[in-house]
Design a protein around this ligand. Sequence first.
Ligand SMILES: Cc1cc2nc3c(=O)[nH]c(=O)nc-3n(C[C@H](O)[C@H](O)[C@H](O)COP(=O)(O)OP(=O)(O)OC[C@H]3O[C@@H](n4cnc5c(N)ncnc54)[C@H](O)[C@@H]3O)c2cc1C
Length: 169
Amino acid sequence: MEPEQYANLRFDWVAFVAAQGEYRRYVGDYILTENDVRTHRRFPDAVVRNSGAFCLHYPGDPTYDFRLKNWVWDVRDERPYDIPFRCLYSVNVPNLMMAGKHISVTHVAGSNTKFMGNGGQHAIATAAAAYLCGKYDTDPRGIQRDHLDELRATVSDFIDPIGEPTAEE
Ligand SMILES: Cc1cc2nc3c(=O)[nH]c(=O)nc-3n(C[C@H](O)[C@H](O)[C@H](O)COP(=O)(O)OP(=O)(O)OC[C@H]3O[C@@H](n4cnc5c(N)ncnc54)[C@H](O)[C@@H]3O)c2cc1C
C-alpha cells in the first residue's frame, strides 16, 4: 500500500504456514447467520458474545491480492452478538467441539467470528464444556441438553456473564 516507504524493508519474519482468509467450517446443531448477527438475535444457549466487523475477502481475478482486491470491511452497527453453544459442537461427530475459524456459521457470519479475539471466546466456552463433559461423563450435546446453566456459570467465571440485553442492544 505504501511502496515508497517499504521498498527497502528488510525481510525478517514469515509464518511457516501460508495464511488463509477463507476456511472449511464444521456444521453444528445450529448455523449462525448474517441475519442473526445484524439483528442481535438472543439465544437461550448463548455462552459468549462476539464483536467486530464483517471482513470478507473475495478472489476476484488472477492477480488477487489479499489487501487490495475485493476486500469488504463492513463495520455493521459495532454492537456485540450472541454465540450459541450449538455452534461450537458438531452435529454428527459426538465428541467434536470447534473454536475459532471453523465454528458452525455461514460465510458472512464467519467473516467476523474468525477474528482472533472472538475465537478466544469460543475457546473459553469449549474448554469449560470439555471440563463438564469429563465431570458428567457425557458429550457436548449432553451438556447442551442437561448442564447448560452450569456451562454458562462456568464460562462466566472467566469472562463477563452474558445477561440480559442492555438498553443499547
Ligand atoms: C492474512 C490474514 C490477516 C488477518 N488479520 C487479522 C486481524 O488483523 N485481526 C484478527 O483478529 N484476525 C485476523 N485474521 C483472522 C485470524 O487471524 C484467524 O481467523 C484466526 O487466527 C484463526 O484462529 P484459529 O485458532 O481458528 O486457527 P489458526 O490460528 O489457523 O490455528 C490452527 C492451528 O492448528 C494447527 N494445526 C492444523 N492442523 C493440525 C494438526 N493436524 N495437528 C496439530 N495442529 C494442527 C495449525 O498449524 C494452527 O497453528 C487474519 C487472517 C489472515 C489469513
